[in-house]
Write a protein that binds this ligand. Structure first.
Ligand SMILES: Cc1cc2nc3c(=O)[nH]c(=O)nc-3n(C[C@H](O)[C@H](O)[C@H](O)COP(=O)(O)OP(=O)(O)OC[C@H]3O[C@@H](n4cnc5c(N)ncnc54)[C@H](O)[C@@H]3O)c2cc1C
Ligand code: FES
Ligand code: FES
Length: 1342
């Protein structure tokens, strides 16, 4: 291989230190460079596509135009290092450390309990830090904007915002109000027990203890870079990599010369378009031209008729420039600028807006572009330049469609974009609808402009441009042309819609799907525009009273407002500890997560942060591209030839067992789904391994049948396990006696775990005795250990699994890590070298499966007063191609289906379908969140039929007295009823129900909905052996204590809770104690940390170990009661008393006899209730979460900060399941949704505007550790209160429109579902396709 020519030195700074890279490779991103070259592992990889913010760092650059230093956040995964010449990078390590000084941002996010798993935390910290570098006292709006591009899967965002708010100018956060009266009390009803009690706390941290923000302590911009910037080198810099050369000219002239010489070479600005495309399409551009140093491209010119913005300006800069123009010019001139500003607020996250350039945006011509439709209708012009000179091209559809006659010539570049001012009687608007409000690509975006003849309503000019409805931005020229001269009135609207639907047509099979929704948006947006213009005209008419415009009725005005982005506020309430509790005793106090500060400084080590081990190799998995096929051949030869490739591991290399007969680790002969692992490439580097997988040739022969949907599985009788059934009473007889019967269907889509840390494992083979050390991100290290043992055919005692911490699990790291661990172990044994396997987000989503999609049918019989007498539910879950946890999920589903209701005659049946999709697995709630949606849907159906409110039906049918469940387990519903009543009270439910109805009467296009949902959630596994736990506690001779237990730290704070337990038992401050890791060598045969029971059972084991130790120390303490802990330990050592003890908990009794349909499967229940209120936009399907109140029965919480965090986090995750998270599959069974672009988990802007969480006080459960309860999963289902509030709002819309109630429920309630359910004249206008006539882009699998 020939050496690349000599490169220039790449000079930049990282955390104040100069970096000179002599051989900078243009293909290396800043993220890889930081993590691998500089060993700064605080910056995390979670998606690699700029969509999650985990890799956020701050970049500072001298701006030649303003002559100021610009600090901005970026996503390091998209930034090529070569773009950093002359820049200063600040990472989370650069701003503070636990060993030196913490930065206030780091301290506050940790102490405000804003970290759980901590994987997103460095990114959050850096987004906030950058904000503070630019605004010492930011507004709340700026804070929301700064964090909009950062995803967190654990916390539910509220505590992160709370920490950020402590820096804000003013705070609406109740936590900050020191008035002694919180905002919840204002609306609350004083009769509730919460407000009566004086021992209720609402503070989870003490703000006064935070160190102040001192800007003088910040790193300064390196003087050397300042000198470089002030005397810029004009010479061209060139960086040669193995495949790509980066050329960065110093002058515009050189750039144009280079472009003429390399016309095919793209310009690279933000790399937010090029980067993801190169990654997903595997495309390589041998030459990249970087205009970053050309100041001409960043110029801004304001003239009397318009604004010229340099193509190199970032979208964030464009936003500032436009905002300035809007503030300077009269409103009539800034119509286009306002429209652009509106979309710039929601386009991507702050980091992307900081990186992406205007030029890159325009030239990328994405069909979903938010800005291009507005620029088109705003008559923007492109100023292009080449060696030949400059010329102007109109930014129109022809240009956006890439027509050669309207495009740049290959040697031209875009210099700037000219956007003219608007004029009087000209109106410009922008519209977009995406899966969620912010940081999501639009399904449809639009720019609309009309000019009316002066002081009339006659259309003089009309431009309508749409994104998302074709391969490029599409203009509706013909329609516009035909409408010229028409008055702006209803008949015009009607005609316009007809014309638009003809012209902007979208075939049924269109990529991206959601076709009918998109068609509806095309006309709905126009209707909004129509009303907006009328509204504006009404304002103008006051001035020029010469014309009368159609009136908009007050009820229709609601169509006009967009939902604003508002930072959530709210209160968290919990019971304070008894005033007699010793100050040293931390149990029941809101202790910060043990790793909180380390999360915030980036010093918390996750699996892939472990430094490279000597001779380490990287593994990448090769997966099936076919859903059901015979493997005819696998040709590895080309891959093995590639540089760096060491081996390819196939099933033949497995010395022991290749998984189970029907669930192989590596496929043999046959594949059962797209994404099934076939083999694995092992190479010196990740890049080499990834390149090699493309060279592996696998030939297949398709097999029949291919089944993806539950319906098809039922047809083919394709099931993974026998039916599970529970029955009570006499259902058939009961149906005969009831007043009414309703039957309905419920479809619940699957859910991706989207843990921020993808699956990772490092396997290190040892030279001696076939020993292996495995560092793995798992909820179940013993399972990894066991699987590796059987795969390698070596005893379990040779294998040690280590889990320091896990960057989120949610059930997704119970079973699957064993597969990855075992394959990596085979590679390690075969090559004799350590193996690192880190899944890309795409592969993780493709391979691992998630929550089971569900299809349920119900038949419910009831009396006219709403009393349910009989309920028959049959449900099916889509299990995928192997059994995994599907049988247990079915069991749990059936066991939990009754939720909080006492119905005498019940029949529940469930089956797990076998399909050709990746195997679905455990997920927080384990079937409960899907199944119970059926039960609650029955309630709403009954309410609709009886003409009663759903809450009345809920209350009427709820368990009231000590009773037995369908499986005959006795329980008392007292706490359930308390939660329900508290929730009604605290949410002021009844008065708000009236307000909602009032609102709905007054508004036609916006509807509000409110719902309150009760919950009885059973905790634990349905088997006693799964509740056993062990701990090992050592006391060392200096008095320090090392605690080890069988639970894994997934972010749920188990280690913190365990030290709280140890601290109480040993009567010793937590500062004496440490937990190092979970290891199979210290605590063997552990059970997965799951089912909400981890802290409980491990707490019992820790308690037991500590009590043993204390008993041994008792004689010594008695002898020297005034001695210190250290004295006693020294004495114990002298007296040869063992200072190490194993604690053990045999587990709660739990069993279930499925033959009899009876048992005591669960140790206890968690009760709760949640009330949510939403507002929907009937025209777009968007919704706003107005308020949520949760009451959760935590009994005596071990740590209220952690428990409230669990409730909030799981609620938001549940809300995602029921509203935005949608997995899309192709008709060939290929998962499309493989990253944050396509799969939308809630962002910070999705949190309810008011979000109150209360832990129910004075509740007891003698069974558990200190009477606490496990809250890991239960909150998930309470997210359904948002779903039912949306349903309630939709029902109000349907009622008004006389649409007959439909009993088919579909979750998630996406904007598409909501819009299409609110049928109206626009949905009626759209063409409908016969599904038999085309192949759809995606198929529903539930
Ligand atoms: C996570 C994420 C979220 C996003 N969300 C949204 C969204 O919500 N709405 C939306 O509309 N967009 C969204 N985008 C797309 C984004 O707006 C574009 O990727 C971005 O504007 C491209 O700019 P860039 O500077 O990064 O272009 P680059 O990737 O650097 O370049 C893109 C292309 O433009 C060409 N080019 C760039 N500048 C010039 C020039 N001056 N002259 C000639 N050619 C040039 C390059 O040759 C290249 O082909 C998102 C992108 C990401 C990564
Ligand atoms: S890893 Fe960079 S944004 Fe997700
Ligand atoms: S704490 Fe945010 S992802 Fe885990």
């Amino acid at each position: 291989m020939s050496c690349p020519p000599k490169s220039d030195d790449l000079v930049f700074f990282v955390n104040g230190r100069k970096v000179i890279e002599r051989n900078a490779d243009p293909e290396v991103t800043l993220l890889n460079f930081l993590r691998k070259n500089l060993r700064l592992t605080g910056t995390k990889y979670a998606c690699g596509r700029g969509g999650c913010g985990a890799c956020t760092v701050m970049v500072s650059k001298h701006d030649p135009v303003s002559a100021k230093i610009r600090h901005f956040s970026i996503t390091a995964c998209l930034v090529p290092i070569c773009s950093l010449y002359g820049a200063a990078v600040t990472t989370v390590e650069g701003i503070g450390s636990i060993n030196t000084r913490l930065h206030p941002v780091q301290e506050r996010i940790a102490r405000s309990h804003g970290t759980q798993c901590g994987f997103c935390t460095p990114g959050m910290v850096m987004s906030m830090y950058t904000l503070l570098r630019n605004h010492l006292q930011p507004s709340e709006e700026q804070l929301m904007e700064a964090l909009g591009g950062n995803l967190c899967r654990c916390t539910g965002y509220r505590p992160i915002l709370a920490s950020g708010r402590t820096f804000c100018v003013e705070s609406t956060d109740c936590q900050k109000k020191r008035t002694g009266k919180c905002c919840l009390d204002l609306g609350g009803n004083d009769s509730s027990s919460l407000s009566r009690e004086s021992d209720i706390c609402t503070d989870l941290f003490v703000e006064e203890e935070f160190q102040p923000l001192d800007p003088t302590q910040e790193l300064i911009f390196p003087p050397e870079l300042l000198r470089m910037a002030k005397n810029p080198e004009k010479q061209t810099l060139t960086f040669h990599g193995e495949r790509v050369t980066w050329i960065s000219p110093g002058t515009l002239k050189d750039l144009l010369e280079l472009k003429a010489k390399h016309p095919e070479a793209p310009l690279i600005l933000g790399n937010t378009s090029l980067g993801p495309a190169m990654k997903s399409q595997g495309r390589v551009h041998p030459i990249l031209l970087s205009p970053a140093r050309i100041s001409e491209l960043s110029m801004v010119f304001k003239t009397s008729d318009g604004l010229t913005i340099g193509a190199g300006c970032s979208l964030a800069q464009v936003k500032d420039i436009l905002a300035e123009q809007v503030s300077e010019l009269p409103e009539e001139k800034t119509q286009t600028y306002r429209a652009l500003l509106k979309h710039l607020k929601s386009l991507a996250g702050q980091q992307i807006r900081n990186m992406a350039s205007l030029g890159g945006h325009v030239i990328s011509r994405h069909c979903y572009s938010d800005l291009n439709p507005i620029l088109v209708v705003g008559n923007a012009t492109l100023n292009v330049i080449s060696e030949e000179g400059t010329r102007q091209i109109p930014l129109n559809d022809h240009f956006l469609a890439g027509l050669a006659s309207a495009d740049l010539k290959p040697e031209e570049i875009l210099e700037s974009v000219y956007i003219p001012h608007s004029q009087k009687w000209e109106f410009v608007s922008a519209f977009r609808q995406a899966q969620c409000q912010q940081n999501a690509l639009a399904d449809v975006s639009a720019g609309m402009r009309v000019i009316l003849e002066e002081a009339t309503d006659t259309i003089k000019e009309l431009s309508l441009s749409y994104g998302g409805v074709g391969e490029s931005t599409i203009g509706a020229h013909k329609s516009c042309q035909q409408l010229i001269g028409r008055p702006w009135n209803e008949p015009m609207l009607e005609e316009a819609c007809r014309l638009l639907l003809e012209e902007v047509s979208l075939p049924g099979w269109a990529p991206g799907g959601r076709v009918e929704f998109k068609r509806t948006l095309v006309v709905s947006f126009f209707f909004k525009f129509y009303l907006e213009v009328l509204q504006e005209l009404k304002k103008l008419v006051k001035v020029s009273d010469s014309h009368h415009y159609p009136e908009i009725s007050d009820r229709f005005l609601s169509a006009l407002e967009d939902f604003p982005v508002t930072g959530p506020r709210g209160v968290q309430r919990y019971q304070s500890v008894d005033s007699h509790q010793s100050l040293q005793d931390p149990v029941g106090r809101p202790i910060m997560h043990l790793s909180g500060l380390k999360h915030a400084t980036g010093e918390a080590i996750f699996c892939d942060d472990i430094p490279m081990v000597d001779r380490e190799l990287f593994m990448v998995l090769v997966t099936s591209t076919k859903a059901h096929a015979k493997i005819i051949s696998i040709d590895l030869s080309e891959a093995l030839e590639l540089p760096g490739v060491v081996d390819v591991i196939t099933a033949e290399d497995i010395p022991g067992t290749n998984g189970a007969e029907d669930d192989k680790l590596l496929a043999v002969d046959e594949v059962l789904c797209v994404g099934q692992i076939i083999c694995a490439v092992v190479a010196e580097t990740d890049v080499q391994a990834k390149r090699a997988i493309e060279k592996i040739k696998i030939t297949y022969k398709d097999l029949e049948p291919i089944i993806f949907t539950i319906n098809d599985a039922i047809k083919h009788n394709s099931f993974l396990c026998p039916e599970k059934k529970l029955e009570q009473g006499n259902i058939e007889e009961a149906f005969e006696k009831v007043d009414q019967i309703v039957e309905g269907e419920v479809h619940v889509g699957g859910q991706e775990h989207f843990y921020m840390e993808t699956q990772r494992v490092i396997v290190i083979p040892k030279a001696e005795d076939k020993e292996l050390d495995i560092y793995v991100s798992t909820q179940d290290p013993a399972h990894v250990q066991k699987t590796v043992s059987s795969t390698l055919n070596i005893p379990i005692n040779r294998i040690t699994c280590h889990v320091k911490r896990v960057g989120g699990g949610f059930g997704g790291k119970v079973g699957r890590p064993a597969v990855f661990g075992a394959i990596a172990a085979v590679g390690a044994i075969k090559t004799g070298r350590p193996i690192r396997l880190v899944l890309d987000r795409e592969d993780d989503m493709l391979i691992t499966g998630g929550r089971h999609p569900l299809f349920g049918k119900y038949k419910v019989g009831f009396m006219n007063n709403g009393r349910i007498k009989a309920l028959d539910i049959e449900c099916f879950i889509n299990g995928g191609c192997t059994l995994d946890d599907s049988e247990q999920v079915t069991e749990f589903l059936i066991l939990k289906l009754e939720n909080a209701y006492k119905i005498r005659n019940l029949r529940f049946r469930g089956r797990a379908c076998m399909t050709n999709l990746p195997s679905n697995t455990a997920f927080r709630g384990f079937g409960f969140p899907q199944g119970t949606l059926i039960t609650e849907s029955c309630i709403t159906a009954v309410a609709a039929k009886c003409g009663l409110l759903p809450e009345e039906i809920r209350e009427k049918n709820m368990y009231k007295t000590i009773d037995k469940t369908i499986y005959k387990q006795a329980f008392s519903p007292e706490t359930l009823i308390r939660c329900w009543n508290e929730c009604l009270d605290k949410s002021s439910f009844h008065s708000r129900r009236i307000q909602v109805e009032e609102f709905n009467k007054k508004n036609y296009w916006k509807k509000k909905g409110i719902a309150i949902i009760p919950m009885k959630f059973s905790v634990g596994f349905a088997a006693t052996s799964y509740h056993q736990a062990a701990a090992l506690v050592h006391i060392y001779t200096d008095g320090s204590v090392l605690v080890t237990h069988g639970g894994n730290e997934l972010g749920q704070g188990i280690h913190t809770k365990m030290l709280q337990v140890a601290s109480r038992e040993l009567k010793l401050p937590m500062s004496y104690m440490h937990i190092c890791e979970t290891s199979t060598a210290t605590v063997p045969n552990t059970i997965a940390t799951a089912a909400s029971i981890g802290s409980d059972v491990n707490g019992k084991a820790v308690q037991n170990a500590c009590q043993i130790l204390l008993k041994r120390l008792e004689p010594i303490i008695k002898k020297n009661p005034g001695g210190t802990w250290e004295d006693w330990i020294e004495a114990a050592f002298e007296q040869r008393i063992s200072l190490s003890a194993t604690g053990y908990f045999r587990g709660y009794k739990a069993d279930m006899d499925w033959e009899k349909g009876e048992g005591d499967p669960f140790p206890y229940y968690v009760y709760g209730a949640a009330c949510s209120e939403v507002e929907i936009d009937c025209l777009t399907g968007a919704h706003k979460k107005i308020r949520t109140d949760i009451i959760m029965d935590a009994c005596c919480s071990l740590n209220p900060a952690i428990d409230i965090g669990q409730v909030e986090g799981s609620f938001i995750q549940g809300m995602g399941l029921y509203t935005t998270e949608e997995l899309k599959y192709s008709p060939e069974g290929v998962l499309y949704s493989r990253g944050p672009d396509e799969y939308k988990i809630p962002t910070i802007t999705d949190v309810p505007e008011e979000f109150n969480v209360s832990l129910l006080p004075s509740s007891q459960t003698p069974l558990t550790i200190y009477s606490s309860k496990g809250l890991g999963e239960s909150g998930m289902f309470l997210g359904s209160s948002v779903f039912f509030a949306i349903t309630d709002a939709v029902a109000a819309a349907c009622k008004e429109r006389d649409i007959v109630e439909d009993f088919i429920v579909k979750s998630p309630a996406t904007p598409e579902q909501v819009r299409m359910a609110c049928a109206d004249r626009f949905t009626e206008m759209i063409p409908r396709d016969d599904p038999q006539t085309f192949k759809p882009w995606s198929i529903p699998i539930a």
